[in-house]
Design a protein. Sequence first.
Lengths: 205, 200
Amino acid sequence: MTERPRRFDGDGTDAAIDRAVREIMNRDAAPGFRRRVVARLEREPRIAWTWGQFGLIATAAAVVLLLAVWARTPQPLQQPVSEPRRAELVRPVVEPAPTPTRPATTPAAPSDVKREARAVAERRTQKPTSDRRVTAASIDPAEERLERGNANPRVPDGRVETTRRPSGDPLSIPPLQIRPLETGEIRMKSMTVGPLVVVPLLPPR
Amino acid sequence: MTGAEPAEASDLDLVRRAQAGDADAFGELVERNRRAVFRAALAALGSAAEADDVAQDAFVMAYRKITSFRGDAAFRTWLLAIAWRKALDRRKSLTRWLRITAAPPDADADAPNWIEHMPADQRTQEEDLAAAQLQHKVKLLIRTLPRKLRDAILLAGSGDYTYEQISHILGVPVGTVKWRVSEARRVLKQKLAAVGHAHD
């Protein structure tokens, strides 16, 4: 297995290729190569220690950074508590009231539901904007400002929000319970819609 | 026996001494393998200055890892593999590679010297000039070869390595090395024919 590559002599192209390759490769390292290598080897321990220090410092910095990020991560909201409540309140709306006598394909029912939905939407639009503002402001941005130490955060229109204490617990935000009240109204309306379902409206069509 | 010259220590003896902390023994290994390591780096990089730098890096790395050398392969083979990896790392640096390729080829600067040092035989001046021109073109064309083919033909043509060593350096079977050398020659001949040099 000590076979060496074949060499061509003469004037042919193969010989020209061989000569060209030998000429390209016929070089040597600059004088003093051994001395330069030994000099680098003498410097080597210091370089290794420097790299070791660098690695140690980098690792420590990474650990500190991770701890800082972990400490700044906000705690998760109490979703497990609020979700069941919402589902509980929404369920009656999704599932219509038990009306065994009413046919499933009643044409009046969808229009009634649409009408009710429109009415709810109108009521929502007629609500004072200040209520919505307070609700929105008390959920997130104001809470953030309180956490940053601003005891009297400003709401978007420039006024100072003074209704919340700086030490309030962000996990027990009461405004989140406003929505269930609205859906409750819808449920009551749907109960009153029941009697309005009159099948005889079909014959005219 | 007392007046006999001490036998030259083998590479393996020097390695054992270097592993034990003998810096002079490692210096001797540097001296013995300097040219082979340098030329392997030169084949990969095409620049003598870069090759010198990479060869130094390779020896420093070898010294750092010499305790892990178990003697499964020859020390030179092990060392050449380190040098080749270092050279490839250097070649991967795009800026360096662009600088090397953008620089005027050394062949251009060397061509007049080569003509002056041609052996004075019975050939006419016209023949000498034609041969010099052909060789110059071959050197330029070698630089245009695909890297795998160029590496193989440069290592094989240097005369410093066996096929087995080239196989170990490139990390491919001996048969692949031979094929690449042959393919490099074929491509070069094809290119030479395209520019009007079709002797064979």
